[in-house]
Design a protein around this ligand. Sequence first.
Ligand code: BGC
Length: 407
Amino acid sequence: MSMSHLRGAIGAPLLALGALACARTDTSSDSTRLSAKATDVSPLDSIAAPSGARVTRAPFGTLPTGEEVHAFTMKNARGIAMRVIDYGGIIVSVRTPDRTGNLADIVLGFDDLEGYVKSSPYFGAIAGRYANRIAKGQFTLDGTTYKLAVNNGPNALHGGLKGFDKVVWQAEPGADSNGVHLGLRYTSADGEEGYPGTLHATVTYTLTDRNELVIEYQATTDKPTPINLTNHSYFNLAGEGSGTVLGQVVTIDADRYVPVDSTFIPTGDLASVNGTPFDFRRPTAIGARIDQPDPQLKNGHGYDHTFVLNHPQGGAALVHAAHVVDPTSGRTLDVATTEPGVQFYTGNFLDGKVVGKNGHAYPRRGGFCLETHHFPDSPNKPQFPSTILRPGETFHSRTVFTFGVAN
Ligand code: BGC
């Protein structure tokens, strides 16, 4: 996987994190360190950027193992606030204004740690080492066959029984002239969940003063291993718990999508969206065609498919992937990514049994996910872009969610 050309794009926030750590003892005057010097009160529990953006740490609960979990509230200078916990790198809330300035929390989730530990369908979490599915939980790499936990019908899903959504990440908050950020680090041991190689993974969430949430993923390994990382937030732009998302209007910049079998494993083809309910090249309500008698909608129980983004010359530059608008509130979401695909999942397996924040029971299609990643089952599909990371290489991936308002 050659991704070195992205190195410049992602280097800055990681540098800023490192610089912030130094800034606690170092008063030299480059701009990163100057901004970190604004951190004079209690550097660990509250850090402010020059713009007034702020990140604050508070306890969030204790896991059955005794590990402490912390919540980091990140607020930008324009009033958008989000909360992330170091368990699973989970985004537990994102509060954005509607067209009249009313704030609502636009992601599904739980009020407390127990909800996330007991029954979460990956709400807000980092999915990895391999987001999405690997057929029959097995793949062969350089002549060795590796077996993973089968945790979704006959297949492996989202990294296994204890994927990156269920581990505690080492968190480091920071602030600079760009906004506020939270760096999360996790070392996945060789053989963890069946995957080869010790993998050092870093995920950085940056909330900018331009109302963007930038997610940067980076990883290195000491043995060849597949890697596919994403964030699994379920959005409802009308506010979590306010019904279904069927009336929200989606555009996806994809001429093709990845058809799947009845166990959600790609058939291996990349099919044209032309003339199908998968054509979101023009703005279309999620519910407009979701119940049409289409075999792929039947396999997915609705939309649960990877769309092949229209990258110029198949490259890995940051491209616009999707736009969503809620006509009622006016809230919008834009997604851009360096990844080749985006999984559009319409919460088809929510069934009203999961009771989330504020006592809200989340109905079927009460949220949508736009999970930017490589194609499912790539380790078994040589025709798909490779997901193999090798020693000496650095995995880089970047996704930008922009929160806005339409009139
Ligand atoms: C998958 C769905 C799955 C959901 C929750 C999505 O990424 O595509 O099929 O139900 O995650 O696990």
